[in-house]
Design a protein around this ligand. Structure first.
Ligand SMILES: C[S@@+](CC[C@H](N)C(=O)[O-])C[C@H]1O[C@@H](n2cnc3c(N)ncnc32)[C@H](O)[C@@H]1O
Length: 165
């Protein structure tokens, strides 16, 4: 993602796990589609020569999100951390993304567990809370796109911000 940024563009990753933030993997792994959080490491970013465009903020995202300036606003936010906090992450993202920007939230289907009322684990409740917040937000339009892989079936919600900052 950082490689495709235009001049002046910036990618910020929020990561709570120091190991994921620091560990160095090979450049080859950085270039393939990201499936391991370790691939977003600071050292990989430096190794790829992208330090001027990408950085990692270490700490719980609920603590690092309020430190981000909305000026200039963000074009894209991708949320894929602890699902319990999906609602607050989305609400923070709304304060950072410009009109016409996009927020993507991964893992909103979870093999059908999100739609199963018998399941009330904190992660599933967090995803339901997020979907409720999106439903009530008149400033966005959203659709969920299904994905199928070796971990079963899932989906991500693609949210177009109609009324941003
Ligand atoms: C599923 S992985 C993200 C994978 C990443 N999107 C990728 O494609 O490489 C979830 C990551 O969220 C991090 N995480 C979990 N809770 C967090 C929190 N409260 N704040 C910031 N990061 C968190 C985990 O340490 C883990 O690295």
């Amino acid at each position: 993602m950082a490689k495709t940024l235009p001049e002046g563009g910036e990618l910020i990753s929020l990561e709570v796990n120091p190991k994921h933030a620091k560990v160095r993997l090979s450049l080859r792994l950085l270039l393939i589609p990201l499936t391991d959080p370790a691939q977003i490491s600071e050292e990989n970013i430096a190794h790829a020569g992208l330090s001027s465009k990408a950085k990692v903020l270490l700490g719980p995202a609920l603590e690092t999100l309020p430190t981000l300036s909305p000026s200039p606003p963000f074009d894209l936010v991708f949320i894929d951390a602890d699902k319990d906090n999906n609602g607050p992450y989305f609400q923070h993202a709304r304060k950072l993304v410009r009109t016409g920007g996009v927020i993507i939230v991964d893992n909103v289907v979870r093999n059908g567990r999100v739609a199963n009322p018998e399941i009330t684990t904190s992660d599933i409740l967090g995803i339901r809370k997020l979907l409720q917040i999106i439903k009530e937000d008149k400033g966005v339009e959203a659709t969920t796109i299904a994905t199928v892989g070796d971990k079963g079936y899932d989906g991500f919600t693609y949210i177009l911000v109609r009324e941003g900052i």
